[in-house]
Design a protein around this ligand. Sequence first.
Ligand code: AMP
Length: 210
Amino acid sequence: MHKYIIMGPQGSGKGTQAKLLKKAFDLTHFSVGDIFRWHVQSHTKLAARIKRLIDAGKLVPDDIVETIIRRRLDEHDWNYGFILDGFPRNVEQARFFLESYGIDAVIYVDVPEEVTLRRALARRICGNCGLDYNLFFHRPEVEDVCDVCGGTLLTRPDDNEAALKLRLNDFAEKTLPALDIFEHKGLVIRVDGTQDRNAVQAEIRAKLGR
Ligand code: AMP
């Protein structure tokens, strides 16, 4: 069983890489952002507390994030291991995680700053089936229409320039220090996220020895 964390700035393609690893190794993929988006769409009690923060590109308070992570991992539906995507986002969350759980490796998808914003602004998601698109790499055949189900392609409300700049700033100021904690423990493998998705995946697997 393997337990991984994947980290990288917005637009690094870490979500795509996490999904490829999930498929290849039967891992359970935990995306904290996806869990939060599910709450917002389902109008849960939590949604009222987090929607405005997420739309503005601000981080959700640690106590909420830690409860979500603990609950999710306690379900133990990860026989072959898991890949954690979008967590930790700061030093406190990294410390919380290391106090309670073990990890085999942290995959860092490295992409230069000038590329991240452009890539993240090109993200689209099918409002019907949830398939991801990126106008750089995966354009739909018909503009704004999903190739698979014909649903309408949407932009995430927090993928606007103001919210993205805030998230990228938080990434540099809060998330990179969390990466340092794992780095000091010798857990980090770095991959070049500017390559095409298959090359990134191959580099990850080679560096994980899988
Ligand atoms: P993501 O899909 O990873 O870009 O996450 C979308 C949004 O969810 C972020 O901009 C935050 O508002 C919130 N979020 C996701 N993960 C975390 C986390 N670990 N800590 C705090 N907020 C988070």
